[in-house]
Write a protein that binds this ligand. Structure first.
Ligand code: GLC
Length: 564
């Protein structure tokens, strides 16, 4: 089908007008939970109309895409990843009409919308599961899910939620069989060997794409298929499913996106890009903990090692990189020794740990150090990939480790120092979650309004760095080259795209440092520091000396001399 015949909403047509199907390469993504952003109905839960009210704020940040956590009807035992109905909106968050209004309002501001396609599993409250457990064994309906008479099958599959689950099988007294689940026992896995399941999933995908959604995050995608004698992750049949989905997307839509959540080693994530015929984007999970490790060890090696191990990806594809998200800071993709180190350094209180990870937000992880927060964000915005910012981290929000599960990093957005942080006018006791209210992260001081009124605030700096990022295509599209340095406390890399050459140099140490860079290939060119447009000395054949304040960093443009 010719691309002009493919389905686009009018706003989408204007977004891509003269526009680029590779928009996600230059994107800055902001991740948020509708529930946690702004409550417009005084029921204590955020909603789509509240989110629409706050689109001006989101636009002022400079981000170009929103990723919304699940907002579908759900018993909310996994914060909405336990979906009971794929085609509706959780009534607490609004109506379908509100959702459409939201998509239009976001598109009017040139902001794309990425939603969740959670297909590995449903809630046990989903009508499919309720029908399956009552249907005769072996029937089409029963086979929407994965059943067994024993809990001995697929022993090679690890348990993911190690804190709450003992087995990937749970006995269903109605079906009188065990059902398979990679996550909570109330989240049965769909059976992708069943053609009807695959068809149903394609329909759901199209349902949301028809609504104008620009991208779909494919939740927990490595686990779609089970096979005995394997670890049931990343199987070839899983990739086949993804190729089918992508072909269907490409046949009917243009400029849309799949973003894979595959918490795996780079080499195992690589196939999720296929030959450019599976997902356009995938999260780079192993990079994230290594950024924290490098910072605390004051040694660039962990970052350099993992980026060296990261394979090339097809030209149309892109990594998604992040510092934090709605889950625990996962430590699945590090060695045992590194995991111990991370727990020791970043999760001293056992309450901070959950499953194989750490349930804390960015600011508390970094001891609320402004320089450290800026440094980590500077890396996030300049390393290869599209940055994803987790709501609240742009103002340095704190967490609450006393809340269950991962809820401590999902507390309401802090807008003002007023009642309920300006999040809601409901009774405080009615809020879906307590607001962070103790020093130093309490909403009385950490809030958008206060930071809007302070020119040196973290929020002001975040706006600045996002703006800078968007001025240079090299960050989203450029090549990446690490510059070897004698001083391992310094990380230096080049990003190049067409005529743009960017040099980033970052000091991971809490003390002042100096480093000599070999920039001789640019001899005669000049370094221009990007934040201040400050000219630095001309590069010569000699080593280029830079000195750093603790946790200091530079982003330079390398400018060839103007000849003639
Ligand atoms: C994904 C989500 C996580 C959820 C899990 C199971 O990993 O990011 O929040 O708990 O899937 O649904």
């Amino acid at each position: 089908m010719a691309s002009d015949q493919r389905i686009q909403t009018p706003e989408q047509a204007s977004l891509t007008k003269g526009g680029d199907p590779l928009w996600y390469k230059d994107a800055v993504i902001y991740q948020l939970h509708v529930k946690g952003f702004r409550d417009s109905t005084r029921d204590g839960y955020g909603d789509f109309n509240g989110l629409i009210e706050k689109l001006d704020y989101i636009q002022s940040l400079g981000v170009t895409a929103l990723w919304l956590l699940p907002f579908y009807p759900s018993p909310l035992r996994d914060d909405g990843y336990d979906i009971a109905d794929y085609r509706a909106i959780n009534p607490r968050y609004g109506t379908m009409k509100d959702f459409r209004r939201f998509v239009k309002a976001a598109h009017d501001r040139d902001i794309r919308v990425i939603t969740e396609l959670v297909i590995n599993h449903t809630s046990d409250q989903h009508a499919w599961f309720q029908a399956a457990r009552r249907a005769p064994p072996g029937s089409q309906k029963r086979n929407y899910y994965v059943w067994s008479d024993s809990d001995e099958k697929y022993k090679g599959a690890r348990i993911i939620f190690t804190d709450s689950e003992k087995s990937n099988w749970t006995w269903d007294p109605v079906a009188k069989q065990y059902f398979w689940h990679r996550f909570f026992y109330h989240q049965p896995d769909l059976n992708f060997d069943n053609r009807n399941v695959r068809r149903a999933v394609l329909k759901i995908m199209k349902y949301w794409l028809d609504m104008g959604v620009d991208g779909l995050r494919l939740d927990a995608v490595p686990y779609l298929i089970e096979r005995d004698g394997t670890n049931c992750e990343n199987l070839p049949e899983t990739h086949q499913v993804l190729k089918e989905m992508r072909a269907e997307m490409d046949a009917h839509y243009s400029g849309r996106l799949f973003l894979a959540e595959a918490n795996q080693w780079p080499i195992d994530v690589r196939p999720y890009f296929g030959d450019g015929d599976e997902c356009q984007m995938a999260f780079h999970f192993p990079l994230m903990p290594r950024m924290y490790m490098a910072l605390r060890r004051e040694d660039a090696t962990p970052i350099i090692d993992i980026l060296r191990q990261t394979p090339e990806i097809p030209q149309s594809c892109q990594w998604a990189i992040f510092l934090r998200n709605h889950d625990e800071l996962t430590l699945e993709m590090v060695s045992d020794e590194e995991r111990d180190y991370m727990y020791r350094e970043y999760a001293t209180d056992p309450l901070m740990r959950i499953n194989v990870g750490i349930r804390r937000r960015l600011a508390p992880l970094l001891g609320n150090g402004r320089r450290q927060i800026e440094l980590m964000n500077a890396l996030l915005f300049t390393m290869p990939g599209t940055p994803v910012v987790y709501y609240g981290d742009e103002i340095g929000m704190g967490d609450n480790v006393y809340l269950g599960d991962r809820n401590g990093v999902r507390t309401p957005m802090q807008w003002t120092g007023d009642r309920n942080a300006g999040f809601s006018e409901a009774d405080t006791a009615a809020l879906y979650s307590p607001i962070i209210s103790d020093p130093p992260y309490g909403y009385q001081s950490v809030n958008v309004e206060a930071q809007d009124r302070t020119s040196t605030s973290l929020l002001a700096w975040m706006r600045r760095v996002i703006k800078l990022r968007k001025q240079y295509k090299a960050f989203g599209r450029g090549t990446f080259e690490i510059l070897p340095l004698a001083n391992r406390k310094i990380l230096a890399y080049l990003r190049q795209y067409q005529n743009e050459v960017i040099l980033v140099v970052a000091c991971l140490s809490r003390f002042s440092q100096a480093a000599e860079l070999n920039l001789s290939r640019f001899a005669g060119s000049q370094l221009i520091e990007l934040f201040g447009e400050t000219p630095f000395p001309i590069i010569t054949e000699m080593p280029y000396l830079l000195t750093f304040a603790p946790h200091g960093f530079y982003m330079f443009r390398i400018e060839r001399p103007n000849v003639g």
